[in-house]
Design a protein around this ligand. Structure first.
Ligand SMILES: *Cc1c(COP(=O)(O)O)cnc(C)c1O
Length: 395
């Protein structure tokens, strides 16, 4: 550390220099997160010096968190389902599995069942809580197989996890069938809708063929939903919702101070800005705002799929949400080719020969066209490099 501090302008200039190296949103095609809505940023800054760890001081901020939770619950078929705005989907998933584990203190060696496609955040929860886990099979469309889940249930099973929209592939598990399995065996079911929670409800209202995944299904005990992804709120804003107060109480830890209700989040001291901003964005957009954005995202997704298929490229799976994978030789090479030109795409380890593109609010028609030109140029360059290697003159 410096003996005497650096002046403000120099410090801020340093920050600007570093921020300038971050990719510009207009070349980002791999991100489930996006630039937040302006009103979210404003609300965030207004609330930046709040602390939801002390609701006696920050009573109004706590009310904003409560309002944000009410909006999430109304979106997810949970009239009065309680919950919290947390740091993200990871924390929400940890809290859900904590509730499931504490619900069964009689089980000495608790196990959970997760599909092959479950998000890696679950492994953080598994390691933290010393859980055992069993991996359920997925079908050809990468959806969890309810029969495989049922076959793995045993006396030590404390929870089943299902995903409503994986961030890797956008596949949606058959939650209704899985909820029936959970009910039949009286096992806790957690639905990870971190990605799909802000897509599927609006897509269904638009008449798209996507399944129910929320509290309207008896058997669903908790849901993760991330306002900081397709909810268009600034990071950090994740959501954990529980079906009822009894389940939520399982994660409550008493403070040693009078007048402070039990903490129900992993974090103690925690900023209220994310909650205020999530509230602001949801209140401002309303159902019609999200539906408009969702409709546009799906239009753009269909456009990209058409363009890829017109080029003879194969998709390993038909996109259910706004994530598109297409196969190509040298996908990893193409990823670097893009990066050298400022474009960010991704390649999933499950499909090392496929490029993964995410359509989010910042992605435009123009961006997709620029990306397709880049793809065409890469294919051309490689063709002529291959021809040159064989001694064929390139035109
Ligand atoms: C993003 C995501 C998570 C993790 O959420 P973070 O906000 O990154 O902590 C968990 N599950 C799914 C399905 C996700 O898409």
């Amino acid at each position: 550390m410096r003996e005497h501090g650096l002046d403000k302008d120099s410090v801020l200039q340093n920050i600007e220099d570093h921020l300038a190296k971050d990719a510009a949103w207009n070349k980002v095609l791999n991100s489930i997160c996006t630039e937040p809505l302006a009103i979210g940023k404003e609300a965030f800054i207004r609330s930046i010096d709040t602390n939801l760890g002390d609701v006696r001081i920050f009573r109004g901020s706590s009310e904003l968190e409560h309002k944000a939770v009410r909006l999430l619950a109304s979106l997810l078929g949970g009239g009065d389902s309680p919950g919290n705005i947390v740091s993200g989907g990871t924390e929400a998933n940890v809290l859900a599995l904590l509730a499931a584990k504490k619900r069964r203190p009689d089980i000495a060696s608790p196990e959970i069942i997760i599909p092959e496609t479950a998000h890696f955040s679950l492994f953080k929860a598994i390691h933290l809580m010393g859980l055992q886990y069993r991996i359920a099979k997925v079908d050809s469309r990468f959806k969890a197989d309810p029969a495989s889940i049922e076959a793995l249930i045993n006396d030590n099973t404390v929870a089943i996890l299902a995903t409503a929209g994986t961030s890797e592939l956008g596949s949606v598990d058959p939650i209704e069938a899985i909820a029936q399995v959970a009910l039949r065996h009286r096992v806790y079911l957690h639905v990870d809708a971190a990605t799909g929670g802000f897509i599927i409800p609006f897509a269904r209202k638009l008449g798209m063929d996507l399944p129910a995944f929320d509290f309207t299904l008896e058997g669903v005990c908790s849901i993760t939903v991330d306002p900081h992804k397709y909810g268009l709120a600034p990071i950090p804003a994740g959501g954990i919702l529980f079906r009822d107060r009894h389940i939520q109480q399982l994660v409550s830890v008493d403070s040693y101070f009078m007048g402070i209700p039990g903490h129900m989040t992993m974090l103690g001291t925690r900023n209220g800005a994310g909650a205020a901003a999530a509230y602001a964005v949801m209140e401002h957009l309303g159902l019609s705002g999200y539906m408009e954005i969702t409709e546009r995202n799906f239009e753009l997704t269909r456009y990209l799929v058409r363009q890829l298929k017109d080029r003879g490229l194969r998709l390993p799976l038909e996109p259910e949400l706004n994530i598109v994978l297409f196969e190509m030789d040298g996908a990893a090479q193409f990823l670097r080719y893009c990066e050298e030109r400022g474009w960010i795409v991704s390649v999933s380890k499950r499909f090392p020969d496929a490029v993964r593109i995410v359509i989010q609010r910042h992605v435009t028609h123009g961006m997709i066209n620029q990306f397709l030109s880049l793809l065409d140029r890469f294919v051309e360059d490689r063709k002529s490099a291959g021809a040159a290697a064989k001694g064929v003159p390139s035109s």
